[in-house]
Design a binder for this molecule. Structure first.
Ligand SMILES: [Zn+2]
Ligand SMILES: [Zn+2]
Length: 146
């Protein structure tokens, strides 16, 4: 059960009761969480890492919930207006850059990192088994971002 209910947590979560809330760390679908608006416990329906853009020159950032397109559109507007290079993040992970030449999505997508996180236990078990069977080093252990 996730106890934290941080108003500006990094993870936007849709609850079974129909409300949305921010939690950090991110709960998984099916987790039991406390909904402040209901004043009761409910379960997580879906969880998204929130998209946002950040301008390192202005020290500005804006959150866009699960709306990736809106985050990129706003980043493009900021780039055109101030000619700053703006980064787009999903949760804590930078997933794109918007610069003078346009926008570029980074190769390591947050979905991929999320997938790795969700399956980390299984992946670790696989890696461990490879070590036992093949004497392999841990060099191809999946990279995760915290
Ligand atoms: Zn609720
Ligand atoms: Zn700026």
């Amino acid at each position: 059960m996730v106890m934290a209910n941080v108003p500006r947590g990094k993870y936007i979560t849709l609850l079974r009761c129909g409300h949305t809330a921010h939690y950090d760390p991110e709960p998984k679908p099916g987790d039991e969480v406390y909904c402040r608006r209901c004043g009761n416990y409910t379960k997580v329906k879906t969880a998204h890492q929130e998209y946002s853009w950040h301008c390192p020159v202005c020290h500005t950032s804006r959150p866009f919930g699960a709306d990736k397109d809106a985050a990129y559109a706003a980043a493009r507007r900021h780039q055109r207006k101030y000619h700053h290079v703006v980064s787009v993040r999903q949760g804590y992970t930078q997933v794109g850059v918007v610069g003078p030449e346009g926008e570029q999505e980074l190769s390591v997508s947050a979905e991929r990192i999320q997938w790795v996180r969700q399956h980390q236990g299984g992946l670790r078990a696989l890696v461990d088994r490879q070590i036992v069977q093949g004497g392999q080093s841990t060099k191809d252990r999946s990279k995760t971002v915290t």
